[in-house]
Design a protein around this ligand. Structure first.
Ligand code: FES
Length: 574
């Protein structure tokens, strides 16, 4: 090693020195038993792991990392696994989304501050994917994604039941008196019976698909079940590939181009993907410096047909999707709509990767000529209720409600909703529009997944299963219904949503992209003068978050995190 030689790789700034600093960097690593030659110029591959027993969907990631390491060693690299903040969607309160940006900061600084030349991102449960992509994008090293894979199909008394989607359905049945509490409890261990992430086309599967469509992973990343040994093989191949990517200097910014994001938006429509992908991809694009707007989602995706018959919009589950051909089969079908020359992590173009992708089951993966649903992309609504936009997923909505005018029934926050929704005296019927305030980025805080408000029992008992619902919240990707989300500005930021009162008339017209509160401007001005912003948190992360979080239409990233600081080697401190 020659200390005067310019570092070939950033890890050589740590391990390539013969002085006291080099001794310190190497010697302490050797306490783990590593021989000297592993620290002598090989590409150092950081395996960024979101394993946690409190993130059950990522509970198998220690095992998965071992297969990545195999591949890294085989290709001549040196793998070093490191933990970052993990976000378990089902456990973390008040909502995992509150910590997406915090975790991204952990990822970014862990990568930049350490002797790492290339990164493998182990991602699974909903927020772990965007937080790792965002943090890594702000460093822009050679990086490849590996998702943990979905769980096997849920099985309950002879029937398939899907993550989340089945919970929402069964809990409504319990509330309507159509299912016993004992059966409901028995379904718990049947729904989630293997390792992996939610096996519906919820947010985790959507984001794993986004990773593949963006070109940030090897093909087939989205759908191989976690329990299938082919997931381990993919991990091993991913480990091999990242070493090559370091040698090729294939950085994230060469893959995450504007074309890649356009491909992802169209793919999201073709898979009937989650509305959560909107805020996450806007945030990732902001980090890598690609201009992307909310309107791009409507312009690029709205007319794209949904080809996959998967829950929550359809019938099947991710295991079926993989056996049918997985995401490559979908990408092949919509290839004319894609930028096929977009570069992907394996060094080939997206078009090359999917040119011969087979489909084995046309029940699960349809064709553009015979789609599962026409024009299934996310629609962006505007009007005085959402001047900066709101989103709806028409493919998960009821057709008869896509044009609707109704009386507002207002809930000031989610606690107010829970306190009153089961009250028989609540003045509501199925023609009403349920409005939920203060669940946006600042208001909740963290933009909770509560936009798919359960219906009042008095409506459910009539056999009604859907109503128009509007909020500044998000919705679980496993949920469904005529649900308008992400209204921007949010209520807590003084958006018009804050001014809605019981009895106001609201018009929703998805075809015209219109969301309008039928209250005269002077009356709105009078109400606005009386409005008071909610009290702000006084300390810690909550305070930092609320003071700096951007609105949903910008991706809900912190204003000072937008952009990149690169991966220059920080200064020495020894
Ligand atoms: Fe983790 Fe759904 S709760 S993927």
């Amino acid at each position: 090693m020659d200390s005067k030689k310019a570092p070939l790789r950033r890890s050589e700034a740590w391990f390539g020195k013969t002085d006291r600093d080099g001794f310190v960097h190497r010697s302490w690593m050797k306490n783990q038993g590593y021989p000297h030659d592993l620290l002598d110029g090989r590409p150092i591959i950081g395996i960024c792991n979101t394993w946690s027993e409190l993130t059950p969907c990522n509970g198998h990631f220690r095992e998965l990392a071992e297969f990545v390491k195999r591949g890294v060693y085989e290709a001549g690299g040196f793998p070093l696994e490191f933990p970052v903040m993990s976000l378990g969607e089902t456990q973390l309160r008040p909502t995992a989304m509150l910590f997406r940006n915090l975790a991204s900061m952990d990822v970014e600084e862990s990568i930049r501050g350490n002797p790492i030349d290339g990164v493998v991102l182990l991602m699974g449960c909903d927020k772990t994917t965007p937080s790792l992509l965002m943090g890594a994008a702000s460093c822009d090293l050679p990086t490849i994604g590996l998702s943990g894979g979905p769980m096997l199909n849920g099985k309950f008394r002879g029937k398939d039941i899907g993550s989340g989607t089945g919970v929402w359905q069964m809990s409504e049945m319990v509330r309507a008196g159509e299912m016993t509490q004992e059966d409901f409890t028995a379904a718990e261990s049947c729904m989630h019976r293997s390792k992996g992430s939610c096996m519906t086309m919820g947010t985790a599967s959507t984001m794993a698909s986004m990773v593949e469509a963006l070109g940030m992973s090897l093909p087939e990343n989205a759908a191989i079940p976690a329990a299938d040994t082919r997931r381990n093989r993919l991990a091993q191949l991913t480990g091999r590939r990242i070493v090559e990517m370091v040698k090729e200097d294939l950085r994230m910014s060469k893959i995450l181009t504007r074309d890649a994001f356009e491909n992802a938006i169209r793919t999201n429509a073709a898979i009937g993907g989650s509305t959560n992908a909107v805020v996450h991809l806007l945030a990732v694009a902001g980090r890598i410096g690609v201009p992307l707007t909310l309107d791009d989602w409507d312009r690029l995706g709205a007319e794209v047909p949904c080809l996959v018959n998967l829950q929550p919009s359809g019938k099947y589950l991710m295991e079926d999707f993989y056996y049918a051909g997985g995401l490559p089969a979908v990408l092949r079908e919509i290839a004319p709509l894609l930028h096929r020359d977009a570069l992907t992590a394996n060094g080939k173009t997206l078009g090359e990767n999917v040119a011969n992708a087979p489909c084995y089951n046309r029940e699960v993966i349809k064709t553009p000529n015979d789609p599962f649903m026409p024009a299934a992309g996310i629609a962006v609504l505007r009007g005085n209720l959402a001047p900066d936009g709101a989103v709806i997923k028409p493919s998960a909505a009821s057709a008869h409600l896509l044009q609707h005018r109704g009386r507002a029934v207002v809930f000031e926050d989610i606690e107010d909703f829970h306190a009153r929704i089961d009250d028989p005296a609540l003045d509501v019927d199925e023609s009403c529009v349920m409005v939920l305030k203060n669940c946006g980025p600042r208001g909740y805080p963290g933009m909770a997944e509560v936009g798919n408000m359960p219906l009042p029992p008095k409506v459910l008992h009539k056999g009604i299963t859907d109503m128009v619902r509007i909020s500044d919240a998000r919705m679980s990707g496993t949920a469904y219904g005529t649900v308008v989300l992400h209204t921007s500005p949010e209520a807590a930021a003084g958006g018009t949503l804050a001014l809605v009162r019981n009895g106001d008339i609201i018009e929703l017209d998805v075809a015209r992209r219109r969301l309008h509160l039928e209250v005269p401007d002077d009356e709105l001005a009078r109400r606005r003068a009386q409005w008071q912003a909610p009290a702000a948190p006084q300390r810690g992360w909550y305070k930092l978050y609320v003071e700096h979080v951007q609105q949903a239409h910008l991706g809900a990233d912190l204003d000072f995190l937008v952009g990149s600081s690169g991966a220059d080697v920080p200064r020495e401190s020894h």
